[in-house]
Design a protein around this ligand. Structure first.
Ligand code: PPY
Length: 366
């Protein structure tokens, strides 16, 4: 769950949301529920965002997650200067889904995406891979980003996201310490998955001191043996003294329980929706911890997929643009937050909304 309030009904969630639409389909053969949330298409194009696949306590929780993630995508594209709307899909699956049933479900999901005719384009997220995108594209093409290279896509966007997170950590250090050098800086990475592992590798090249944690011991073991990374237990990650805490797993990990425990100078990581509530941005500020907003820090994956698969950028060009975009946007966010006395999260959202307004005007909107 991503910090949603369990007491909110499905009806209330649909009523309260400021997004454009929520599409819900029950997949009878598996008992899964597909939810596609389209937050905004004001910047034009098909609303983009990955597909999250996991088990949820309730359908309301799944809808809430899709809505929050879709909103994050709107801000992410706007902050990165990409003319794309924000969307996200959640497939709430039963815990015992077997592989064959899962593949069939993905094909039916692809057919739904195609039926929507471009309202929404998908890609990988937590619980889905490039291989899954190949399967979805059998029925859902051309609205699928991030297929494997064998199937005409650019494959895993994790390393590109990690390159953006590294740039985000460097920009954060530049703001805090007056230098972006990471030599000897202690960085705690929560989650050693699609982004966390390549990030640790990049941090090591910059001579940072590495600490990691994951609920999956195989990932941390690999980080320990291959990269010499110190490993801490999943719950101890919030108590580890460091310069930068980098959440690269699930959302809502910055909350009233964890923030008082943090012993870092800044938070900069790839997980979507890191703040459980907007008040948690204030909580971080109260503790003098600089928060690098998630949708800026993790925009590398989206920039990479769109740049490479839609805009024809080369690998080098995409990586250069990711680094430049994350660094300049974060510097603007930090400057705006200081000038206005607001949290960095509010500053980043303000910047994104401003870009949406300008973009909509440029595109002939209001
Ligand atoms: C994300 O950055 O969280 C994404 O979902 C990436 C993405 C971007 C565009 C289409 C599909 C997925």
């Amino acid at each position: 769950m991503d910090g949603q309030d369990d007491t909110v009904s499905l009806e209330a969630l649909l009523q309260m949301w400021d997004g454009e639409e929520v599409i819900l389909r029950r997949d009878q053969p598996t008992g899964a529920t597909i939810i596609i949330a389209v937050h905004s298409t004001r910047l034009g194009g098909s609303a983009g965002g990955g597909t999250r696949m996991k088990t949820y306590p309730s359908i309301a929780d799944a809808v809430r997650d899709a809505q929050r993630l879709a909103e994050g995508m709107t801000y992410k594209f706007a902050a990165a200067g990409l003319a794309r709307g924000g969307g996200k899909a959640v497939i709430a699956i039963p815990p015992d889904l077997d592989e064959e049933a899962r593949d069939d479900l993905l094909r039916r999901y692809g057919a739904l995406i195609r039926q929507l005719g471009g309202i929404y384009s998908t890609g990988p997220d937590v619980g889905t891979s490039s291989r899954d995108m190949d399967i979805i594209a059998e029925t859902g093409g051309p609205y699928v980003f991030g297929r494997t290279q064998d199937h005409g896509g650019v494959g895993d966007s994790g390393p590109a996201t990690a390159a953006g997170v590294l740039a985000g950590i460097q920009a954060t250090c530049a703001h805090l310490f007056g230098s972006d050098a990471l030599t000897g800086r202690r960085v705690v990475v929560q989650g050693v998955g699609k982004v966390g592992f390549p990030l640790l590798r990049l941090l090591r090249e910059e001579s940072a001191e590495l600490v990691c944690s994951d609920v999956d011991a195989a990932g941390t073991e690999r980080a320990r043996t291959e990269l010499g990374c110190e490993v801490v237990a999943p719950d101890a990650v919030y108590d580890a003294a460091c310069d930068i805490f980098s959440p690269c797993a699930l959302g809502a990990i910055l909350n009233d329980e964890t923030i008082p425990r943090l012993r870092c100078r800044a938070v900069a990581g790839s997980a979507n929706n890191q703040l459980a509530t907007p008040a948690d941005a204030e909580r971080l500020r109260g503790r003098n911890i600089l928060y690098a907003p998630d949708f800026v820090v993790n925009s590398g994956g989206a920039i990479y997929l769109l740049g490479r698969e839609l805009l024809g950028w080369t690998e080098e060009e995409a990586l250069e643009r990711i680094v430049l975009s994350v660094r300049t946007t974060l510097a603007q966010v930090f400057a705006l937050a200081e000038a206005e006395g607001i949290t960095t999260n509010v500053a980043a959202e303000r910047l994104a909304r401003q870009r949406i307004a300008e973009g909509a005007t440029a595109a002939g909107g209001e």
